[in-house]
Design a protein around this ligand. Structure first.
Ligand code: MN
Length: 239
């Protein structure tokens, strides 16, 4: 199988800095293993930008080596952030989400994930969220205490319960099979706090090229308010 991807990131209309990071930054197409990752940093001053950058850099290092599992990559990202804080206490409290996928040409996607960035799969016009959000509201929904609609306006809806930058971390790891025609979307919450899933599905389904799809999603998030940084990667699977 072959993988063709494009990424896009934008500061949005409200924030002064972009604390998200994405890899790869350049669009591309390969028929060998490839690692795609998104991170959304948090912390005072510029600490959020530092956290997402160093975590993702450590996580995608040696990205040609398919033997390094996504889980080990995410843990390497965590070690990098924890190590940076140990060396510079002005960075203490910084953290980041990290959602990372290793695409294998035999048709398998291995995923490691922590936080509230998301991975979706569009297959036959149906959009499925493959990752679980590690947020307070997701936990409350799972316990049946609030509805999805109530979560959208919950005052603590941005509270992330599991992040990179803590020790130890609890990483979700899973794999999914890929089919030709699948389209995968990695995104920070700047996208999903502005757009509902049906709107995301419509844009993904209406735009043939990954690059056009990625930038259309960013533009739609900004048109809906752009209250956060928005970062996406769109990956198409072809035979
Ligand atoms: Mn965000």
């Amino acid at each position: 199988m072959k993988f063709t991807w494009a990424s896009a990131t934008h500061v949005g209309l409200v924030r002064s800095g972009n604390e998200d990071s994405i890899r790869p930054t350049a669009d591309g197409s390969v028929d060998h293993p490839v690692v795609i990752a998104v991170a959304d940093g948090m912390g005072g001053a510029v600490a959020g930008e530092i956290a997402s950058r160093i975590a993702i850099e450590a996580a995608v290092a040696d990205d040609a080596d398919a033997a390094i599992t996504p889980g080990d990559r995410v843990r390497a990202g965590n070690d990098a952030v924890v190590g940076a804080v140990a060396e510079d206490y002005t960075l203490s409290g910084m953290g980041t989400t990290l959602t990372l996928g290793l695409f294998l040409p035999e048709g398998v996607l291995k995923v490691a994930h922590i936080g509230d960035s998301r991975l979706y799969r569009l297959r036959n016009e149906e959009l499925d969220q493959l990752t679980n959000d590690h947020t307070l509201v997701a936990e409350l929904i799972a316990m049946g205490q609030i509805t999805t609609e109530q979560a959208e306006i919950h005052p603590r809806r941005h509270l992330v319960t599991r992040v990179i930058g803590t020790d130890p971390i609890n990483v979700d790891e899973f794999e999914v099979s890929l089919e030709a025609g699948d389209r995968l979307l990695f995104c920070s919450d700047g996208l999903t706090s502005m757009l509902r899933d049906p709107d995301v599905a419509e844009i993904l389904g209406a735009t043939p090229s990954p690059s056009e799809a990625a930038w259309s999603l960013v533009e739609a998030a900004n048109a809906a308010g752009g209250t956060d940084n928005t970062t996406v990667a769109v990956v198409d699977v072809s035979p």
